[in-house]
Design a protein. Sequence first.
Length: 122
Amino acid sequence: MTTTEDTTTTAGQDGTRSRLPDPTGLYPELTALSAAVQKALRNGPVPQATLALTRLRTAQVIGSTYHGVAATDALRKAGEEERRITAVATWQSAPLLHRSRACRAGTRGGRPHPEPVRGPGE
């Protein structure tokens, strides 16, 4: 069986493009699934600012300039403070982020831990 891979990528307003192909050509159901997840997140208990900062950190972890620029632009448009946006890049030493949050993010005492933090039963 041969499958054809869709290589269409998403482009930002400034012309930056995602390195990854748009998977909705192969899996059209992802559009509806993504919309449902976004709706659940918008209506959930986590503050929107926290979710937006998490999207920025995720972009940094995966090394995606495209998603990092999009997340930063969205944070600025939402009125997020520049110092909080910057703190995401230096979160291990940022005084704006509480140490317990750093521990939950897989670190110990603000420094990366050599072994991943495991959940109960792992």
